[in-house]
Ligand binder design. Structure first.
Ligand code: ZN
Length: 539
C-alpha cells in the first residue's frame, strides 16, 4: 500500500492510490453538496504572511521554512488560512458575496517532532481544507453546522463509525472546535467520554467536576519534618493525609520564563490547558538544574514564601483548605497551607487532566476513556485572522467589518489508515466496499486448465463491462498462496473459478468479511456481484 521514503514521508502505491482517490471523491462530493467551491492554493508561501498572523511562532519548528535564491524566506504550507484570507480580502468586498465556502484537496507539510503510526503522523500529507467566510457569528454557526453534517456523511459513506469530540484549537486558534475520532486502541489521541450523556472530549481539552475537599477552617501554618520524603505519595503516606489534601508544585519553562505551577496532589497537570492559560508558544518541564538555579528545593517546593516567580494555580487549589505543601527547605513540609493567606497565583484556571473515573461535568456520571484516530478537525475561527490581516467587507449598512471565519480539515490518508485499523483480522485488511481499491478479487485456480483460464478471462471482461472493479489474480500460484494474498489485500469479494466449481457450471463468491461462500451459476455471477456491491455502496 505504502512505502516509506524517510521518517514521515511515504510513497503511495497503486492499491493505496485507488482507495485514496475514492476517499477524495467522497469528500469532494460532500463539500460540493454543502456549497463549497474547489480551488488550489500554493504550497510555497511567503513567510511574511505567517509573520503577519503570528503563526510562524505558533507553529514553531513544525513549520518547514526555506530561503530562495534572492534570500527571501518561504514556508511550506501546513495549512492555508493566511493565503486564503489574503485572497478573499483582495477580491471580496461586499456582504452580498457572502457566505463563501472555499476548499482544496492538497499537499501539506508539517515537521512533526515524532513521525509515527504509518500515515497517522506524517510530515507530508494530503488534506482537504475548507474555509468559510460569513458576515456574522450566526452565519458562522450555520456554516459550521453544514460542515459537521458533511463530515458525518463522509465518515458514514467511508463505512467508518466515529465519535464527535470537543477539541483544543491549538496553533490554529479560535473558539469552538471539534474533532472526528475513529475509535481504535492504536489511536494516538486519548478521549474522555460519558456513557450517559453525549459529553466527549479530547483529553487535551476534557473537563471533569473536581471533588470538593472539606479541610475545615484555616489553621495556623505548621512545619513538619519529612526526612527523605520528596514525592506526593511519600509525603501523604508519611503524614497520613489523603493526596487530595496535598499541594503539588511542578516547574515549567514557558517561552523561556520559569513558572511555578500548583495543583492538588491527587490531580495531574494538563500541559495543553496550561499552555492555553499562559498564552505561550513553547512550554516544557523545567530541568533539575533550572529548578535548583531558581533557588527551589526540589521535593520540598511550594509557592509559600516564594517571590519573583510567576505562579499558576489549578482552580482546585483556592477552595481547598489546610493542605500539606513543601516548606522550601530540605526534608521539611508545611501543614495547613491556605490559598490567599499563604500565597496567591497570578493565574487561576482549570489546568487539570480529566481522567477516567472522574465525574462528568454535564451529568455527574463517572467518565470513561478510550483511544481514537483523529480524521477530521473543525474550528470556529471567528475574526482572529481577518482582524490580524485586515480582511474586511462592507456590510448592508455600509460599515466595514472583519470576515467571520471557520476552517475545516479532513485527512484522506488518515481515513485510509483508520479504516484499516478498524477493519482487519489476523489475515489482513477487510475493506469497506466504498473505499476498497477494487470490488472483486478474481481468483482462477489451476491456470493450466484451459477451461478455467477461458472462463476467468471471459468473466473478467464481463465484470469490467458491468462497471465492477476487478483485481485479476492471473498468477500461476497455488490456491493457498492466492487465498492468503486475497485475505491480506482485503478486497471485499473473492470470486474463485476452479475445475471443481466448473463441474456444475458455477463460480464461488466469498465475502472477505464472512466465512461462508456461495456457488453461483456462471451466467448469474455478474448480476449477483452487482447486487452485492450496490447493496453496500451508497450512491
Ligand atoms: Zn455525562
Amino acid at each position: 500500500m505504502i512505502s516509506q521514503v524517510a521518517a514521515g514521508i511515504y510513497s503511495y502505491l497503486p492499491l493505496a492510490r485507488r482507495s485514496l482517490k475514492k476517499i477524495e471523491d467522497i469528500i469532494r462530493d460532500e463539500m460540493n453538496k454543502a456549497g463549497g467551491q474547489e480551488l488550489v492554493l500554493p504550497v510555497l508561501q511567503p513567510l511574511e504572511l505567517w509573520q503577519e498572523s503570528g503563526r510562524d511562532r505558533a507553529f514553531g519548528k513544525s513549520l518547514f521554512t526555506l530561503t530562495d535564491r534572492r534570500e527571501r524566506l518561504l514556508a511550506l504550507g501546513p495549512t492555508h488560512e493566511e493565503v486564503l484570507t489574503e485572497l478573499v480580502s483582495r477580491n471580496v468586498r461586499s456582504y452580498r458575496d457572502l457566505p463563501l465556502l472555499l476548499y482544496q484537496i492538497q499537499t501539506k507539510f508539517r515537521d512533526e517532532p515524532r513521525p509515527r503510526g504509518g500515515l497517522i503522523r506524517v510530515r507530508e500529507f494530503t488534506m482537504k481544507d475548507l474555509y468559510s467566510f460569513d458576515v456574522d457569528e450566526a452565519g458562522l454557526d450555520e456554516s459550521y453546522r453544514k460542515m459537521l453534517r458533511a463530515y458525518r456523511n463522509i465518515c458514514d459513506r467511508c463505512g467508518l463509525r466515529y465519535l464527535l469530540v470537543e477539541a483544543d484549537s491549538g496553533a490554529i486558534g479560535g473558539k469552538d472546535s471539534h474533532e472526528f475520532m475513529i475509535i481504535a486502541q492504536s489511536g494516538d489521541n486519548d478521549i474522555i467520554y460519558c456513557s450517559q450523556c453525549d459529553y466527549a472530549a479530547n483529553a487535551e481539552k476534557a473537563e471533569s467536576t473536581k471533588s470538593a475537599i472539606d479541610g475545615g477552617e484555616p489553621l495556623p501554618l505548621e512545619e513538619v519534618p519529612t526526612p527523605g520524603m520528596t514525592t506526593i505519595e511519600e509525603v501523604s503516606d508519611f503524614l497520613g493525609v489523603p493526596r487530595s489534601h496535598t499541594l503539588k508544585a511542578v516547574f515549567y519553562v514557558a517561552d523561556g520564563e520559569f513558572i511555578l505551577v500548583v495543583i492538588r496532589g491527587d490531580l495531574e497537570v494538563n500541559e495543553v490547558k496550561l499552555q492555553n492559560a499562559l498564552h505561550c508558544y513553547e512550554l516544557r518541564l523545567a530541568t533539575e538544574e533550572e529548578i535548583t538555579d531558581a533557588g527551589i528545593v526540589p521535593g520540598s517546593a511550594s509557592p509559600v514564601g516564594v517571590s519573583g516567580i510567576r505562579i499558576v494555580a489549578d482552580d482546585s487549589v483556592p477552595p481547598a483548605a489546610n493542605l500539606v505543601g513543601g516548606a522550601n527547605k530540605p526534608d521539611t513540609h508545611l501543614r495547613n497551607v491556605n490559598y490567599s493567606r499563604d500565597f496567591t497565583a497570578e493565574i487561576v484556571a482549570d489546568i487539570a487532566l480529566a481522567r477516567a473515573g472522574d465525574t462528568c461535568p454535564r451529568c455527574g456520571t463517572k467518565l470513561e476513556s478510550t483511544h481514537g484516530i483523529e480524521v477530521g478537525h473543525v474550528f470556529k475561527l471567528g475574526t482572529t485572522y481577518s482582524e490580524k490581516m485586515g480582511a474586511s467587507f462592507t456590510d448592508a449598512g455600509g460599515e466595514s467589518r472583519p470576515f467571520v471565519m471557520g476552517c475545516y480539515g479532513i485527512g484522506p490518508g488518515r481515513i485510509l489508515a483508520a479504516a484499516i485499523e478498524l477493519k482487519h483480522d489476523d489475515k489482513g485488511i477487510i475493506w469497506p466496499m466504498p473505499i476498497a481499491p477494487y470490488h472483486v478479487y478474481l481468483c482462477p485456480l489451476y491456470r493450466d486448465d484451459t477451461e478455467v483460464a477461458d472462463v476467468a478471462e471471459k468473466l473478467y471482461a464481463e465484470l469490467e463491462g458491468y462497471g465492477i472493479e476487478v483485481l485479476f489474480d492471473d498468477r500461476k500460484e497455488s490456491p493457498g498462496v492466492k487465498f492468503n494474498d486475497a485475505d491480506l489485500l482485503g478486497i471485499p469479494l473473492r470470486v474463485t473459478v476452479s475445475p471443481r466449481t466448473l463441474e456444475k457450471g458455477n463460480a464461488e463468491i466469498k465475502r472477505r468479511s464472512q466465512k461462508e461462500s456461495e456457488l453461483v451459476p456462471l451466467d448469474r455471477v455478474a448480476a449477483r456481484l452487482k447486487e452485492i456491491t450496490e447493496g453496500t455502496t451508497p450512491s
